[in-house]
Design a protein around this ligand. Structure first.
Ligand code: TYD
Length: 179
């Protein structure tokens, strides 16, 4: 009985191969990204819906706060866009009211969040995405999500102090991941 169990385990391991085991390893499921509900999203009472999409997808919330974004945080956050003609209007809009900043964690969360958020211009965002369902114009696109793992790390450290992030065990974990 024990031998049969062991040989089945070995067979399953061999069939799975080394790739998938590493691909879904601990590091991959602990990836984190910054998601923010922008001032228009907060004013339009979309915070709950946006949080719900990420929760229902299976990602884990590890940081959350409502902030009036300081100017230095916004200018660092949008540093790459400084030369763009829309930059002054962007900073003004992002300063116009509170923002809900969040850190979400999970497998491939950076890439998947961008898919869930949709194209920068809501006019081109597909139905089913947040921007495709909730917004109409690029200047008021309701939600931000980091666009790469490196950028996510920088943005998380810009918006959150390390002590504001909570490491916790989600009871649904084994229903979301095999590892
Ligand atoms: P960007 O980083 O290019 O897009 P994303 O938010 O999808 O990563 O741009 C940052 C924000 O700047 C974008 O969410 C909305 C605003 N923006 C404009 O107002 N006009 C524009 O033409 C562009 C490209 C962006």
């Amino acid at each position: 009985m024990l031998l049969r169990g062991l040989s089945r385990l070995l067979r399953d391991r061999r069939a799975a191969g080394p790739g998938p085991r590493w691909a879904s390893g601990i590091a991959a499921i602990r990836e984190q990204t910054l998601v923010a509900v922008k001032p228009d999203g907060v004013q339009r009472r979309l915070v709950g819906e946006i949080i719900q999409r990420f929760e229902r997808r299976g990602f884990q919330l590890v940081g959350l706060k409502l902030v009036q974004a300081p100017h230095d945080v916004l200018s660092a956050h949008y540093h790459d866009l400084e030369e763009k003609p829309f930059y002054p209007a962007l900073i003004e809009y992002m300063s116009s009211g509170p923002i809900v900043a969040m850190v979400w964690e999970g497998h491939d969360v950076v890439r998947v969040s961008r898919v869930m958020v949709g194209s920068t211009s809501p006019a081109h965002a597909l139905p089913g995405t947040l921007r495709g369902d909730l917004c109409v114009h690029i200047s008021r696109n309701a939600v931000h999500a980091s666009d790469s793992v490196e950028v996510a790390k920088k943005e998380i450290s810009l918006w959150f102090h390390h002590s504001e992030l909570v490491e916790w065990q989600c009871c649904a974990h084994s229903n979301l991941y095999k590892v």
